[in-house]
Design a protein around this ligand. Structure first.
Ligand SMILES: [Fe+2]
Ligand SMILES: [Fe+2]
Length: 198
C-alpha cells in the first residue's frame, strides 16, 4: 500500500530518497507528518543564511546527507541505536528551519537593487520569535509522532558544544546524540561545500 500522497508524479531524487527512509519507519503519525511537510516549506527551506545549504531545498539535502552519514556511522560502529531513531533524528533535527507558526526561519535577502545577495542569500526571519530551531523541530514533530526521550534529547542538543547550552550534555552523552551530532557536523562541514549555490 502506498503510504503517503506526495502530490506529484515525477518526484525529484531527494523526495524519492526521503520516501525510501519513510518505508523503513512505521511509527504512527508518520503519514500525517508527511502531509505537514508538504505545507510547511520543508522541501524548499534553505539550511542557513550564508553557510551550508543556503539555497532552496538546502535543508532537505542537508537532512538527507545527515541521515545517510548517521546510518553509515551506526553500521560502522555496530551501534544498537535503532534505524528508526536515526531516520527521525537525521531527517527532522532541523525541521524547525522550515515553517513554524506559518513563518519560515529564513527569508530571501534582497539587495536594494531587488536582486538576491550572492554572499548572503537569506536572512533570519524577523517575524519569528527567537525560539531555537531545535526546539521548534521537537515541537512540530511532537504534534504528529511520539518521540522517545533519547530522540528528544538528541534533537535538542544536536549542536553539541557549539552552543553555550551544549555544556549541559557533558557526562550525559548518549549514542544517538553523538551519532546525530557528528553526522550533522560532518555533513555541513564536508559533504555540502560544493552544493552551495546549486
Ligand atoms: Fe540544526
Ligand atoms: Fe543539521
Amino acid at each position: 500500500m502506498e503510504r503517503a500522497t506526495w502530490g506529484i508524479e515525477d518526484e525529484p531524487n531527494d523526495r524519492q530518497e526521503l520516501k525510501d527512509y519513510f518505508k523503513l519507519n512505521n511509527r504512527p503519525g508518520m503519514d500525517e507528518l508527511l502531509g505537514h511537510l508538504s505545507t510547511n516549506g520543508y522541501f524548499t527551506a534553505p539550511s542557513s543564511s550564508q553557510y551550508h545549504g543556503c539555497y532552496e531545498g538546502g535543508n532537505l539535502n542537508h537532512s538527507l546527507l545527515v541521515t545517510e552519514t548517521l546510518l553509515k556511522l551506526r553500521s560502522a560502529l555496530q551501534s544498537d541505536v535503532s534505524v528508526e531513531s536515526c531516520i527521525v533524528c537525521g531527517m527532522f533535527h532541523d525541521l524547525g528551519k522550515a515553517g513554524y507558526y506559518n513563518k519560515p526561519n529564513y527569508i530571501p535577502n534582497l539587495l536594494k537593487s531587488g536582486k538576491l545577495s550572492d554572499s548572503k542569500p537569506y536572512s533570519t526571519n524577523p517575524d519569528r520569535l527567537p525560539i531555537p530551531h531545535q526546539v521548534a523541530s521537537i515541537h512540530i514533530l511532537s504534534q504528529y509522532i511520539e518521540l522517545s526521550e533519547e530522540e528528544t534529547y538528541a534533537i535538542l542538543y544536536h549542536n553539541g558544544l557549539y552552543t553555550p547550552d551544549g555544556r549541559l550534555i557533558s557526562g550525559k552523552e548518549t549514542p544517538l546524540l553523538m551519532l546525530l551530532h557528528w553526522s550533522d557536523m560532518y555533513a555541513s562541514r564536508f559533504l555540502e561545500v560544493d552544493k552551495k549555490g546549486e
